[in-house]
Design a protein around this ligand. Structure first.
Ligand code: GBH
Length: 469
C-alpha cells in the first residue's frame, strides 16, 4: 500500500503520553510525600529489574522544558501527563496542600500552553500516597474515596482554569490486577487472589463516579472541560469462533477485564447480568463476591464519562478452559488467553503486534457503549535499551494508525485523538528500564539524562504534520 493514503480528520488530536512516577524523578524533593511505588521499588523484592526505581527516572521534574521542546518540534497539539498525588497532598490525612508541588505543575501547564500544547491530565496513574495504603487500606477500603475526592477537588480548583481534559483513573483494571490480585505492582498485596478484584474495583469505580459528579456540578459550568476514564483493553478474539464455548469465554474475558467499569459507566450503572449471575452462583449463598450497587450509586455512575479513554497494545485469542470446580476468581474466569506464533513481538513478553485487533475493539466500543467519543490515550511498542533504529516500532505504529484511520473513516468510530506511548523512554514499572517505549531514547546511566531521537520520531512527526499515514 502506498504511503500517506490513510487520512485523519483535520481536528484530530495528536499527542504523546507519559506518567508522573515513570518520568519525573525528584522522589523526595520540594516536600513530596512517599508513594506506594517509592517503597515498592526501594524494597526491590518484588521488582524484576532489581534496584530500578523512579527516584530520578527521566528527571523530568527538572527537565520538563526540554520535553516540551521535543513535543513542539513533533508538532503535537496535546500532552497526556499525570499528577503525582503525594506531590500535591503529601499527607492526605492532614490534607495540607504542598504549594511547591502545585507550583511545579503550574510551571509545566503554563509552559505547555505557551508552546501551543493542551495538557490532558490524569489524576491517578498509580502513585498512591503511602499513608493511604498504610493507614486507610488503599483501594481495598472504601474509606479512601473521600480522600480521592479531596485531591480531585484541589486539582480542579488549582489547575482547571487551564486544564480542559481530565482523566480520573488510568487503567484501574490493570493496577487492581497487578497490585491486589497479583504482586507485580505496588502495593504488591495479592490478597484478592481468591476473592477476585471485585471489592477493589467496586471502590475505584465509585471514586471515579463521584469525582465525575464533583467536576460536573462544581466546576464544569465555569471551566467547561471534559472528564472521563481510561481503560486498558486487549482485543479478545474467540480462538475458534465456531465454538460456542470459546465465544462465551471471550465474553467472560471482556466482562471480567473491563466490564466491571464499562458496564456501570457506559451502559446502565450496574454490572453485566451474566457476571452478576456467574459470580453469585460461585460464591457462598447470599454473599456474592461481586458487590451490589445501591440505586443512588447506579444513578451517579451511569453516564459518568464524557469520552472513552482507551489504552490499546495487543490482542489475545481466548479459549474456554473449563475450571468450574476451581473455587474463587480463577474458576470465575475459566478462560485462557493465547497468542498466534505469526504475530510480531516486542521486547515486552506480553506485547504482540495485532493491528486488526484495534479496529475490532473500536467497533465493539462503538456498538456496546453508546457510540462514545473515543481517545486512544496510549498505544506503543518496546525495543531494547539504546536502540535508535527502530523499524519494528515504526511498523507497529504505521499499521495501528492505518487500522485506526479505517475505523474512523469506514466504520465511523468517533475517535477524536491518539496519544503515542511514550514520548521518552521511562520507568516501565516492575520491568524497570529493561524495556523501552520512548520515541526518544534516554541514557539512564548519564546523570544529565540526554534525550536522543529514535528513527520513529521522524515517522511520527510526518504523520502528525500531514494528518496522514
Ligand atoms: C500501560 O499499561 C500503562 O498505563 C503505562 O503506564 C505503561 O508504561 C504502558 O502501558 C506499558 O506497559 O510483563 O507480563 O508482567 C498497559 C498494561 C501493564 C499490561 C504491564 C502488561 C505487564 C505484564 N500493561 N503488564 S508482564
Amino acid at each position: 500500500m502506498a504511503e500517506g493514503t490513510h487520512s485523519f480528520p483535520s481536528d484530530f488530536v495528536w499527542g504523546t503520553a507519559t506518567a508522573s512516577y515513570q518520568i519525573e524523578g525528584a522522589w523526595d524533593q520540594d516536600g513530596k510525600g512517599l508513594s506506594i511505588w517509592d517503597v515498592f521499588t526501594h524494597d526491590a523484592s518484588l521488582m524484576q529489574d532489581k534496584g530500578a526505581s523512579g527516584d530520578v527516572a527521566c528527571d523530568s521534574y527538572n527537565k520538563y522544558p526540554e520535553d516540551i521542546a521535543l513535543m513542539k518540534d513533533l508538532g503535537v497539539s496535546s500532552y497526556r501527563m499525570s499528577l503525582a498525588w503525594p506531590r500535591i497532598i503529601p499527607d492526605p490525612i492532614s490534607g495540607e496542600v504542598n504549594e511547591k508541588g502545585v507550583a511545579f505543575y503550574n510551571r509545566v501547564i503554563d509552559a505547555l500552553l505557551d508552546a501551543g500544547i493542551e495538557p490532558s491530565v490524569t489524576l491517578y496513574h498509580w502513585d498512591l500516597p503511602l499513608v493511604l495504603e498504610e493507614k486507610v487500606g488503599g483501594w481495598a477500603s472504601e474509606d479512601i474515596i473521600p480522600y480521592f475526592l479531596k485531591y480531585a477537588d484541589v486539582c480542579f480548583d488549582r489547575f482547571g482554569d487551564r486544564v480542559k481534559f481530565w482523566i480520573t483513573f488510568n487503567e484501574p483494571d490493570i493496577f487492581i490486577d497487578h497490585g491486589y490480585v497479583l504482586d507485580w505492582h505496588a502495593p504488591g498485596r495479592a490478597d484478592f487472589k481468591d476473592i477476585g478484584p471485585y471489592p477493589v474495583s467496586f471502590n475505584v469505580v465509585r471514586a471515579h463516579g463521584k469525582a465525575y459528579r464533583l467536576y460536573d456540578e462544581k466546576y464544569r459550568p465555569t471551566q467547561k472541560g471534559r472528564i472521563g476514564i481510561t481503560l486498558n483493553c486487549d482485543w479478545s478474539q474467540p480462538k475458534d469462533p465456531s465454538n460456542p464455548a470459546d465465544v462465551e469465554a471471550r465474553l467472560r474475558y471482556f466482562q471480567i477485564k473491563i466490564g466491571l467499569f464499562t458496564n456501570p459507566i457506559f451502559v446502565n450503572g450496574d454490572y453485566p447480568e451474566e457476571l452478576k449471575e456467574r459470580i453469585s452462583s460461585r460464591s457462598e449463598p447470599g454473599k456474592s463476591r461481586l458487590p451490589t450497587f445501591t440505586e443512588e450509586e447506579k444513578a451517579y455512575l451511569k453516564g459518568s464519562s464524557d469520552f472513552f479513554g482507551l489504552n490499546y497494545y495487543t490482542t489475545r485469542l481466548v479459549a474456554s478452559k473449563p475450571m468450574e470446580d476451581t473455587p474463587g476468581y480463577l474458576g470465575d474466569k475459566s478462560y485462557e488467553g493465547q497468542t498466534d506464533p505469526s504475530w510480531p513481538r516486542a521486547v515486552s513478553n506480553w506485547l504482540y503486534s495485532v493491528p486488526w485487533g484495534l479496529r475490532k475493539l473500536l467497533g465493539t466500543i462503538k456498538n456496546d457503549f453508546g457510540d462514545p467519543d473515543i481517545y486512544i490515550t496510549e498505544n506503543g511498542f518496546t525495543t531494547q535499551p539504546g536502540v535508535l533504529h527502530d523499524p519494528d516500532r515504526i511498523q507497529y505504529l504505521r499499521e495501528h494508525l492505518t487500522e485506526l484511520s479505517k475505523a474512523i473513516n469506514e466504520d465511523k468510530c468517533r475517535v477524536r485523538g491518539y496519544y503515542l506511548w511514550s514520548l521518552i523512554d521511562n520507568f516501565e514499572w516492575h520491568q524497570g528500564y529493561k524495556e523501552r517505549f520512548g520515541i526518544y531514547s534516554i541514557d539512564f546511566s548519564d546523570p544529565a539524562r540526554p534525550r536522543t531521537p529514535k528513527d520513529s520520531v521522524a515517522f511520527y512527526r510526518q504523520v502528525v504534520q500531514s494528518g496522514k499515514v
